[in-house]
Ligand binder design. Structure first.
Ligand code: DGL
Length: 259
């Protein structure tokens, strides 16, 4: 069983890719909606919350965990790896692929305040983007809009305005919530801008780890489990809204837990 954890529904894109690449794996998805948003918390708080949700995944049978959240990965991945004796796959902003993709070398990066201000992110820029013009932009409140299932267009217009002049040709979606509104972001940025997210790369890495540690058996594949620390009714609506129930081909159950 594979655990996928996030502060909310940001891991849905990774869930979808994991289902595609590993149809026989069972998933326990844990959304820490009681503590959402991670992107506006301190590193110490994120460390504590992340360990809490990994623990829920492990108690439900996860043998490996994907942290499908940039804010948690840049702030607390190393901390969590020391605490848990299982493989933990993280989500890292796609700076290196952006430098390879961009023609103009004017690259925008959007993420939560926790990601954009992190030492981890600064080091990535230093390592891979030193020769490029990288424009980082924290978008406080954008993940909340997505989480509440509201129309993000108005907020996007305001958030993305600084990326129009100078124009970027590549935009890194450094928050796992943002690919859920990829079409709206593309609409605001214009169709010539390449949007990069790492859901597929994270799922590929997870497949690699999964296959290295698992002997696939002929056992029947069980259903997935979706756990929230928040409001179960809203979570069910989100699962339906993003077609995640359609991806759960072997069915799924839901549970609400108190953090
Ligand atoms: N999904 C989280 C990320 O990738 C952001 C949401 C939050 O602020 O909790 O950074």
């Amino acid at each position: 069983m594979i655990g996928i954890v996030d502060s909310g529904i940001g891991g849905f894109g990774v869930y979808r890719e994991v289902k595609r690449l590993l149809p026989r794996a069972r998933i326990v998805y844990v959304a820490d909606q009681a503590h959402f948003p991670y992107g506006e918390k301190t590193e110490a708080e994120i460390e504590q919350y992340l360990c809490g949700i990994i623990d829920i995944a492990v108690r439900n049978g996860a043998m490996m965990v994907i942290v499908a959240c940039n804010s948690a990965s840049v702030a607390a991945l190393e901390y969590a790896r020391k605490k848990f004796n299982i493989p933990i796959v993280g989500t890292i902003p796609a700076i290196k692929p952006a430098v390879t993709t961009s023609h103009s070398q004017h690259i925008g990066v959007i993420g939560t305040p926790a990601t954009i201000t992190s030492a981890y992110y600064q080091n990535l820029i230093h390592e891979f983007g030193a020769e490029s013009t990288i424009i980082p932009l924290a978008c406080p409140g954008l993940a909340d809009t997505i989480e509440r299932l509201e129309d993000p267009r108005e907020r996007l217009e305001t958030c993305l305005a600084p990326l129009r002049e100078p124009r970027v040709d590549t935009l890194v979606l450094a928050c796992t919530h943002y690919p859920l509104i990829r079409d709206e972001i593309q609409e605001v940025m214009g169709k010539d801008v390449t949007l990069l997210d790492v859901s597929e790369a994270v799922a590929r890495q997870a497949k690699h780890v999964f296959e290295a540690q698992t002997l696939d058996t002929d056992e029947e594949v069980g259903s997935d489990l979706f756990v929230t620390t928040g409001d179960a009714r809203h979570f069910k609506k989100q699962i339906h809204e993003y077609g995640i129930d359609q991806c759960a081909v072997n069915g799924y159950s839901m549970e609400a837990v108190h953090p």
